[in-house]
Design a protein around this ligand. Structure first.
Ligand SMILES: [Zn+2]
Length: 286
């Protein structure tokens, strides 16, 4: 089974069958579907109320068992906490956030993350350079996400291996692994979303560093494409999967590890799998 952990939705006609057909053409069985963006991101080009975006999201995913709705929330909107509740009522699988004009540790945003964690839902954050036309790189450096060490029970993923700050991304992941030894009971967990962002020439280097650094990453890496429900680019998805598999097999990853990256880790991130994993935490001088 292959699940795409990072699929976007744009305004337009909702055609779930066509979407599922295109996923199938890529050999993909389902995945995490992210709602249309909030107004503050200005990506969708349409002003839609949160409730309309939520309706649209659920129309795309419906009751299909392999499609997991992720509601994109702007934590600085005044009714963000009510939006969390409304989305949970509609049984979303998780939330998406882009810190486009605030640091990840912003106080108001942190309260929203806490509410999401209390509902047992994960958050997929953008991280890395952000093509929003504005001065926003400083908000998306992986080091800024250390603030999430204080959100009890949260599962979060940083997308795109934070390209071009892949080294910093891996270091932050190591920081979280070490933190568990220093703070017994710490319950926040970081996942690594390898959705491209890394241009092709950086891909081998980034994946090689990630999987050979010596940190316990195998249970926390999630495959994704950044493709769209409206016109899922299955050729592009196939091309990335082929390229990545070639690199990952070359590094020595076997079928078990690939299954985790291509589906099992996403299901654990969503809380849809009861599978427990044993982590090897990092201590200094190891
Ligand atoms: Zn994306």
């Amino acid at each position: 089974m292959i699940l795409d952990g990072h699929i976007h939705t744009n305004p337009g006609k909702v055609d779930r069958q066509a979407f599922l057909g295109r996923l199938k053409s890529a050999g993909i069985n389902g995945g995490a579907v992210i709602s249309i963006s909030p107004d503050s991101l200005g990506i969708s080009g349409k002003k839609l109320k949160a409730a309309e975006r939520l309706d649209n999201l659920i129309a795309w995913t419906g009751p299909h068992p392999g499609l997991y709705p992720f509601f994109w929330i702007d934590p600085l909107e005044d009714d963000a906490l009510e939006q969390v509740k409304a989305a949970v009522m509609r049984k979303v699988a998780g939330f998406k956030i882009i810190c486009n004009r605030f640091y990840p540790g912003d106080r108001k945003a942190m309260a929203v993350y806490s509410a999401i964690a209390k509902e047992g839902k994960p958050i997929l954050f953008h991280s890395g350079i952000l093509w929003d036309g504005h001065n926003s790189a400083k908000y998306n450096r992986p080091g800024e996400f250390e603030a999430l060490l204080d959100i009890d029970g949260l599962k979060f993923a940083l997308a795109h291996i934070s390209w071009p700050w892949c080294d910093e991304h891996i270091a932050v992941y190591g920081k979280f692994l070490n933190a568990y030894t220093r703070r017994p009971g710490l319950s926040v967990e970081m996942f690594i979303d390898i959705t491209p962002g890394t241009p092709v020439i950086y891909r081998r280097e980034a994946l090689t560093k990630l999987f050979t650094v010596g940190y316990d990453v195998e249970n926390n890496v999630i495959f994704g494409t950044d493709a769209e429900t409206n016109d899922y680019n299955y050729r592009w998805a196939r091309e990335w999967m082929r390229r990545d598999r070639h690199i990952l097999k070359g590094i020595g990853l076997g079928r078990g590890a690939l299954n985790k990256i291509y589906s099992e880790n996403l299901l654990r991130f969503l809380g849809a799998s009861a599978k427990k994993v044993q982590k090897r935490y990092l201590r200094p001088a190891e």
